[in-house]
Design a protein around this ligand. Structure first.
Ligand code: SF4
Length: 395
C-alpha cells in the first residue's frame, strides 16, 4: 500500500452463533468472551501498526463484515465499532457510507447504540426467513418477523439510514415458489436495499442436485421481476437492488467493485488489494470452534500481480454488479483497454452480450447475463487463456 492515499477498508469479524453448512467464509464459533476479547486485541494491534506505517488522506468506504460482527459480546463489539470509527475519523469521501453486518438473533439495544455512536449509516443482514425446513437443514436460526421489525426500527433510531437484506438463491431444490414467504416478508420489512447472492461455491456438486446455470438464471429472473414489481430498481443481471436513490451497495463495495480502488482488509483472512497485487491475512478460509493461538494478524499470502491479472480480477468482481469500466481496466493494464480487448469487445457487443457507452462503461445485457462467467473469462490475461486452452485440449 506504499504511496496509496485514497482507499477503502474492510474489517473481518469471524464469530457466528451457528456455523451454517453452506458458508464459505472464515468463521469461528462465538460465545467465548476471552477468545473474542483476544480477537479485538489482535485487530487493534493490526490496525494500529498498519496506520503507523501507511498515512492516508481519503476514505471511500468501510465495511465491517464476517462472520457475524454482532455475535461478539457487547464489550468486544463496542471496541470493534470504535476501532472502525477511528479509521474514518478524518478524510471521508463525500459519498462515504460505512456499513456493518448484523443478525437478528445477536443484535441488542446496546449493540445498536454502539453502531449509531460509531457513525455507521448502513446495516446489512441475511434474509432466508420463512422456509423453516431450509433453515434447519442449513443449521441456521430463523428469527420471527416481529423481532425483525423491532430491530429494524431500533437501528433506524440509532442512526442507520439504509438497511440491506441479502437473499441467497441456487440451493438444491429451490424453486420460484420457495421464495414466496421470503418475498412476502420483504414486502413487510421494506429494506432500502436487497442483494441477491447466487450460491456458486461448488457448481459441479450442485449439478448433481439439479442446479445448473440455467436453473439459476430462471430463479434470478423470478426474483428480479418480483423485486421490480415491489418498487426496487436494478439493471437485469445486477445483484444489488435499491428503492432509494443509490446502487444498492455500500460505498466500500461500490468503489472496490466498480472503481477498482485499493482496499485494506483487517482481521483474519481479510483480503487487501493495492495497485500491484493482492494479499490475504492470517488464517485464510479457517473455520472452527476456536480461534487458533496466533500472536498477530499479518498479511500472509501475498501475490504481486501483473496489470493484466489485476484487470481480469476487476472485471470478474465488477460483473457481480453487471457492469465494469474500461477506464479502470486501462489503469490496471497500463494500456488502452479498447485496443487491448478489441476482438473480445467486438464479439460481445455484436453478439448482444454487452453494451458499451461513450464513457466506456460496459453493461451486461439480458442475453449476456446467461453467460456472465464466460464474459469474465474473455478478459483474462493472454497467459491465463493459453493455459486454460492447453488444459482443455489435454483433457
Ligand atoms: S451466520 Fe453467516 S457468516 Fe456465519 S456461518 Fe452462517 S452464513 Fe456464514
Amino acid at each position: 500500500m506504499a504511496g496509496v492515499s485514497s482507499l477503502a477498508f474492510y474489517i473481518h469479524v469471524p464469530f457466528c452463533n451457528s456455523l451454517c453448512r453452506f458458508c464459505e467464509y472464515t468463521r469461528v464459533r462465538s460465545g467465548n468472551e476471552a477468545q473474542e476479547s483476544r480477537y479485538a486485541d489482535l485487530l487493534a494491534r493490526q490496525i494500529e501498526s498498519w496506520r503507523a506505517a501507511h498515512p492516508y488522506s481519503l476514505v471511500h468506504g468501510l465495511d465491517v463484515g464476517g462472520g457475524t460482527p454482532t455475535a461478539l459480546n457487547p464489550r468486544a463489539f463496542a471496541r470493534v465499532m470504535k476501532m472502525a470509527a477511528e479509521l474514518f475519523r478524518e478524510g471521508r469521501a463525500s459519498d462515504f457510507e460505512p456499513s456493518v453486518e448484523f443478525s437478528y438473533d445477536t443484535i441488542t439495544a446496546e449493540k445498536m447504540a454502539a453502531i449509531g455512536d460509531a457513525g455507521f449509516t448502513r446495516a446489512s443482514t441475511g434474509l432466508q426467513v420463512v422456509d423453516k425446513r431450509f433453515l434447519s437443514e442449513m443449521e441456521r436460526a430463523s428469527p420471527a418477523l416481529e423481532r425483525m421489525l423491532s430491530v429494524n426500527a431500533g437501528l433506524k433510531a440509532a442512526g442507520v439510514v439504509k438497511l440491506n437484506l441479502d437473499i441467497m438463491y441456487g440451493f438444491a431444490g429451490q424453486t420460484g415458489k420457495s421464495f414466496g414467504a421470503t418475498l412476502h416478508a420483504l414486502e413487510i420489512l421494506r429494506p432500502e436495499q436487497v442483494t441477491l447472492y447466487e450460491v456458486r461455491y461448488n457448481m459441479n456438486a450442485l449439478a448433481h442436485a439439479g442446479v445448473t446455470r440455467e436453473s439459476n438464471y430462471t430463479l434470478y429472473s423470478h426474483l428480479y421481476d418480483s423485486l421490480v414489481s415491489m418498487g426496487y430498481r436494478a439493471r437485469f443481471g445486477q445483484n444489488a437492488f435499491s428503492r432509494v436513490d443509490d446502487e444498492g451497495v455500500s460505498s466500500y463495495l461500490r468503489h472496490r467493485m466498480f472503481d477498482g480502488i485499493p482496499y485494506k482488509g483487517f482481521g483474519i483472512s481479510a483480503q487487501s488489494m493495492s495497485p500491484v497485487g493482492l494479499a490475504y491475512n492470517s488464517l485464510k478460509k479457517y473455520s472452527g470452534e476456536c480461534l487458533p493461538e496466533i500472536a498477530e494478524i499479518v498479511e500472509q499470502d501475498i501475490y504481486r500481480l501483473p496489470g493484466e491479472e489485476l484487470a481480469a480480477k476487476y472485471v470478474a468482481v465488477a460483473l457481480y454488479g453487471g457492469r465494469f469500466k474500461l477506464s479502470v481496466v486501462t489503469n490496471f493494464l497500463g494500456a488502452d483497454a479498447r485496443a487491448h480487448f478489441a476482438p473480445e469487445l467486438d464479439f460481445l457487443v455484436s453478439g448482444g452480450y454487452l453494451s458499451v457507452d461513450d464513457s466506456g462503461e460496459c453493461r451486461v445485457t439480458r442475453k449476456g447475463f446467461r453467460e456472465y462467467g464466460a464474459i469474465a473469462a474473455l478478459f483474462w490475461s493472454d497467459a491465463h487463456k493459453r493455459r486454460w486452452l492447453a488444459w482443455k485440449e489435454g483433457a
